[in-house]
Design a protein around this ligand. Structure first.
Ligand SMILES: Cc1cc2nc3c(=O)[nH]c(=O)nc-3n(C[C@H](O)[C@H](O)[C@H](O)COP(=O)(O)OP(=O)(O)OC[C@H]3O[C@@H](n4cnc5c(N)ncnc54)[C@H](O)[C@@H]3O)c2cc1C
Length: 553
């Protein structure tokens, strides 16, 4: 690290600035396949600190120094998004307050862990329904910057839908708030003789000149976190222009957000779950189509390998839950333990949860869905009691954590971890995918869990990445899977975002012209490349190779 940069920063920054071995080590990993060693970790206390940090980096850049700033909140990203060799702005230490919960919204800082945010919103009976499965360990910073989604996204959509306003620090260190502007307000902003004014002027031009291309290339699946969401800025019905919708999902490459106003919903109070034990994958699309008619709040799935691992590591999982809950769940899991013991594990468990104002309404929907599956000769159960449904949720939500914690010698390797395909394409897509994966059966086993209702699947290979031949597979298999996903009209990432692992595939997914628009967008917001370089724009296959972990721990 350039010592002059550190000295200049300390003069204007109120938070801690650290290059201690411990802090550097902590920030050198997320949950991706990568590791990068940052040179400096900063802990801003407020927006002024973030602005001072970015201004100092901007000045250093103008002087030709190789400095950049990468945001970090919970550090649970699966794509390498918060990793850097330069300066980290770490939000969870100080900028971790929920500032207000109104009747329909909350105002929050980025460093609030989701679990704490939810405690506050639930006091008013409100919820951010796009929370991810990592809800216990991730923070609001990444939820917004990754445009996260989760189990309730099927009904409620992703985080972008709930981002109303973002206070942001721009790449020159200036501070502004992005929110929905009407035509007159937009014209006023365009007159500003500042970076903000430039951004409004040039982004409006870019969107107007390329309207058809953007509309045509917008992913046609129900969830997407790939690329920059150029299609989300203008709301044609409301006649508004909102750059907060673009910053959402941009992985800290366009601006750092310091305060967010997020819309909330009042969740339905009663739930009934239809559980389908699937032994023949060929009928998965038919099941999904029939169940979706009843509009479940969530429609999730996990496969036989996840199921078996969960039972194998059940004592470890239950240990974290306190004696009484662990004892109860231990009993609830007895049928599953028996299934594993006698070799009767279904290929996939599907969980469709119906949420309504009364239990009778929820049950009626689950029952109608069960009726719709009657002729398929499946084992199907309805869990009316949320306590009974809990065991299924535990396995689904813990599916990735299970892999990370318990398989010494093998690394849970996210590189084909988040594609989305239209559900109607399952019958053609899955046999081709399985044939592809079968070519690598000597190198890894894998688990599949995901959001069956949305067509969003998480495939996590478990492999020994200390071996070079296995690391090579990451770059060999991913394009094959992505070509297949693209052939069937899908996207490479529904929620986990691009980061180091998927940025080089953006041209494949969107085409060269759209890639150029992403490059122009980055240039408009961040001409000196101050923010999180090589993510979204400029990342290469060589970066993937270079920064990949070389050991399984
Ligand atoms: C077990 C497990 C399950 C998961 N399940 C899901 C899931 O269901 N859905 C899902 O979407 N993801 C999931 N993820 C991935 C990840 O947890 C989420 O995307 C999460 O929202 C990231 O939040 P974070 O605070 O940990 O972000 P971080 O890892 O800290 O950062 C993520 C990205 O956001 C940027 N960023 C952080 N703070 C800011 C800021 N203030 N301003 C600008 N940029 C910022 C970072 O630079 C980085 O690019 C899962 C991960 C794990 C480990």
């Amino acid at each position: 690290m350039n010592e002059a940069f550190k000295e200049n920063l300390i003069k204007v920054f109120n938070g801690e600035v650290s290059d201690s071995e411990e802090d550097i080590k902590k920030a050198s990993r997320d949950t991706s396949l990568f590791t990068l060693t940052p040179s400096l970790i900063t802990y801003p206390t407020n927006t002024d600190d973030v602005a001072a940090l970015v201004k100092t980096a901007h000045q250093a850049k103008e002087n030709g120094d190789a400095v950049s700033v990468t945001a970090r909140s919970g550090g649970t990203d699966m794509s390498g998004g918060p990793l850097t060799t330069s300066v980290v702005a770490s939000f969870t230490k100080h900028m971790n307050k929920v500032l207000e919960v109104g009747d329909t919204y909350a105002v929050t800082q980025p460093g609030v862990y989701y679990r704490d945010f939810e405690k506050e919103t639930l006091k008013k009976g409100l919820l951010l329904p796009s929370y991810p499965a990592s809800r216990e360990i991730c923070a609001m910073g990444g939820i917004v910057a990754n445009n996260s989604g989760g189990e309730r996204t099927l009904k409620y959509g992703k985080t972008e839908k709930y981002v109303e306003e973002l206070e942001v620090v721009l790449s020159d260190g200036s501070v502004t708030t992005f929110k929905a502007l009407n035509d007159a307000e937009l014209e006023e902003k365009k007159k500003l003789n500042t970076l903000e004014g430039e951004i409004y002027k040039k982004m409006d031009e870019l969107l107007t000149e390329n309207e058809n291309l953007i509309e045509e290339r917008k992913p046609k699946v129900s969830k997407n976190s790939a690329g920059y969401a150029l299609w989300s800025i203008k709301d044609k019905e409301a006649h508004t222009f909102n750059l907060a919708k673009l910053v959402c999902g941009s992985q800290g490459t366009l601006a750092l957000w310091t305060k967010a106003k997020l819309g909330l919903v009042t969740p339905k109070q009663h739930r009934a779950m239809l559980v389908v034990f699937l032994t023949n994958m060929d009928i998965l699309p038919e099941i999904v189509q029939r169940v979706l008619v009843q509009k479940p709040e969530s429609f999730e799935s996990y496969d036989d390998k996840t199921f078996t691992l969960a039972i194998k590591f059940l004592p470890d999982m239950l240990k974290q839950m306190g004696f009484i809950k662990a004892a109860r769940l231990g009993i609830d899991f007895i049928p599953e333990i028996e299934m594993v013991a006698v070799g009767g594990v279904p290929k996939m468990i599907l969980m469709a949860e119906f949420a309504e104002d009364t239990i009778e309404e929820a049950d009626a929907k689950a029952t109608a869905a069960r009726e719709a599956l009657k002729d398929l000769s499946l084992r199907v159960e309805i869990e009316k009691d949320e306590r009974q449904a809990e065991k299924y949720w535990i396995v689904r939500r813990e599916s990735f954590s299970l892999l990370r914690k318990n398989l010494h010698g093998l690394y849970a390797s996210p590189f084909i971890d988040d594609f989305v395909i239209p559900p109607k394409t399952y019958p053609k897509f899955f046999p081709e995918l399985n044939a592809l994966l079968a070519q690598y059966k000597d190198h890894f086993i894998y688990t599949i869990a995901g959001h069956a209702g949305n067509g969003n699947f998480h495939i996590i290979p478990l492999m020994n990445i200390a071996k070079e031949e296995n690391r090579k597979i990451v770059l060999e298999l991913a394009p094959k899977v992505y070509n297949l996903v693209i052939k069937y009209g899908g996207t490479t990432t529904g929620e986990h975002n691009d980061g180091i692992i998927r940025t080089p595939y953006l041209a494949l997914l969107f085409g060269k012209e759209m890639e150029e628009l992403f490059e122009q967008t980055k240039k408009i917001f961040d001409p000196l490349d101050v923010f999180n370089p090589k993510k979204k724009v400029g990342g290469t296959f060589a970066d993937i190779e270079k920064d990949m972990l070389r050991s399984n721990t």
